[in-house]
Design a protein around this ligand. Structure first.
Ligand code: SAM
Ligand code: SF4
Length: 517
């Protein structure tokens, strides 16, 4: 380049190198992909570590106190990084930033310079002063934020997010974590108000993305060679009830069989969405996206229409995450879950009849307010009855501002730990037994990682020999499968014969050649 032009070159050193630290659920990971993409589009570079970054964005989780403490515990380190490099800026976003706790944030998170609620994340680039005519920040042209009452609180709504997502998709500015797998948000917020949960206060009421926007994003992903799409939302399966009625959905009437009734006539539902994405086909008739998954589903919204769609769409994987939370009706009632253990078991029966071999996973909370030993045992009984492939269990953690915070937190911490360990031990046995049944079977694995399995995964006390197993992936039933092979298998479907089973994963060998893309 001629020296005379040098003065016009904007040096990359003038823009911050950013690091995004993401905690919590898939929704946060997807939101971080949008923020990373926006920062890259503004010309910032990504830093490999928090220590080397000039801009640290923390996408927080507030589902349990421990998640918030993880971030609070980093305040000292961040403060010393800022002292060492005074230009460093820290942004906190995610569920820890709520409209109702704004006044307390600066004290709780003293090293943070800027707090953004989840619905304000698309403003990141503009609020940092990094917006330019070519990278204007996604809020340009979108309506101002809106607030809604949630119980006794006020929460920001996600009104703007369907639009800002559409802009990010159209602008190609989402920095996806994987080439082969993608998250696609379909609904923001949560209407369910489970009494223990902070999400309705941090994310506000449900807002569904337009049906055609989701389809367009999926079509583009299929075209880009993505093999696995996971539709995400706090309650994906309540998708559509807030969309305006349309002629093309005129034959859709409410199909909800549990809990609150909403007139859904003429509005799209999640079953229609799954069928429409499944209907994206290649010339040969195969699904353009071979694997379609979704999290999280609420038992209220698991309609017969949805079960039929899961059963009939070849791309929809044979796995469902269906949080139960407790096996006791009185506890479920106090949790505001709106179903009984029997109704839940009935759903499981219907699912298994419709989709034989479907793998099931769930969330359970132990030690919720007033949970007696007998009520805890009802959760163990439910685990024995359902025989889940995987259980995510946690001890109840009081979340200030939620309805359950007004109930006594009367199960002592030691007892919560004991119940948690007892439940995990029971589940380890069940998971291991179910995994053993895979030994000798062949299964299709989408390889997505080059790594070593941990001894814990394999149920062994010693770590595996180095260099023996080098890649892993998931089968359609969402089982983690380790196999011998190199990075050339990444992003490939591999036919694997299962040879060994641990409580949390399977191990096998490739059979024949990889399935061509
Ligand atoms: N929307 C999903 C559902 O229907 O349950 C779950 C979303 S929530 C982010 C993930 C899980 O966190 C819940 O299923 C629940 O088990 C757990 N969780 C939520 N609040 C909790 C609390 N206060 N204490 C312990 N676990 C909690
Ligand atoms: Fe929280 Fe319940 Fe909503 Fe799940 S359904 S996000 S647990 S309030």
């Amino acid at each position: 380049m001629g020296a005379e032009l040098a003065e016009y070159v904007i040096g990359p050193e003038s823009l911050p190198r950013f690091f995004i630290w993401t905690l919590g659920c898939q929704m946060n990971h997807s939101d971080s992909e949008e923020m990373a993409g926006a920062l890259l589009a503004a010309g910032c570079a990504e830093s490999g570590s928090l220590e080397d970054a000039d801009l640290v964005v923390i996408n927080s989780c507030a589902i349990r106190e421990a998640a918030e403490q993880k971030v609070i515990g980093r305040m000292g380190q961040l403060a010393s990084l800022k002292r060492a490099r005074p230009g460093t800026r820290v942004v906190l976003t995610g569920c820890a930033v709520r409209e109702d706790n704004r006044p307390a944030l600066a004290k709780r998170y003293p090293a943070v310079d800027l707090f953004l609620r989840p619905d304000e994340e698309p403003e990141l680039v503009a609020r940092l002063g990094l917006a330019t005519p070519t990278a204007p920040g996604l809020m340009a042209g979108h309506a101002p934020p809106t607030l809604a009452r949630v119980g006794r609180s006020v929460a920001a709504t996600a009104d703007r997010l369907p639009g800002t997502r559409a802009s990010a998709v159209a602008g190609g500015t989402i920095r996806r974590e994987s080439q082969w797998e993608a998250w696609v948000p379909v609904i923001y917020g949560c209407d369910k108000t489970c009494t223990y949960c902070i999400v309705p206060f941090s994310r506000g009421p449900e807002r569904s993305r337009p049906f055609d926007d989701i389809l367009a994003e999926c079509r583009a992903l299929a075209w880009a060679g993505v093999h696995n799409v996971t539709l995400i939302g706090q309650n994906v399966n309540s998708y559509g009830h807030d969309r305006p009625p349309e002629e093309r959905f005129a034959d859709l009437a409410g199909g909800r069989t549990l809990g609150r009734r909403i007139d859904t006539t003429g509005r799209p539902d999640f079953a229609a969405l799954l069928r429409a994405i499944d209907a994206l086909r290649l010339e040969g008739g195969e699904p353009a996206i071979p694997r379609l998954r979704f999290v999280t589903s609420h038992p209220w919204d698991l309609t017969d229409r949805l079960i039929d769609a899961i059963a009939e769409c070849p791309s929809v994987c044979e796995h469902l995450h269906l949080p139960v939370q407790s096996g006791d009706d009185a506890v479920l009632h106090r949790m505001g879950r709106q179903y009984s253990a029997e109704a839940y078991l009935h759903l499981v029966e219907r699912l298994r009849a419709a989709v034989p071999g479907i793998a099931l996973s769930t969330d359970v909370i132990v030690g919720f307010s007033g949970e007696s030993e007998r009520q805890f045992e009802a959760s163990l009984k439910l685990l024995r009855a359902v025989r889940y492939d995987q259980v995510f269990a946690a001890a109840y953690s009081v979340r200030p501002g939620t309805p359950a915070a007004r109930l006594p937190d009367d199960v002592p911490p030691g007892e919560k730990r004991r119940r948690l360990n007892a439940l995990l031990e029971l589940q380890e046995g069940i998971g291991w037994e179910l995994n053993r049944a895979w030994v000798g079977r062949r299964t299709e694995v989408l390889v997505d990682r080059a790594d070593q399995p941990s001894a814990h995964d394999l149920g062994e006390t010693r770590p595996p020999a180095r260099g023996v197993v080098r890649v892993s992936g998931r089968n359609r039933e969402n089982k983690l499968v380790h196999l011998d092979g190199g990075p050339e298998l990444l992003g490939r479907f591999v036919d694997v014969r299962i040879e060994r089973a641990g409580p949390y994963s399977l191990q096998g060998s490739q059979v024949g050649s990889t399935i061509p893309e």
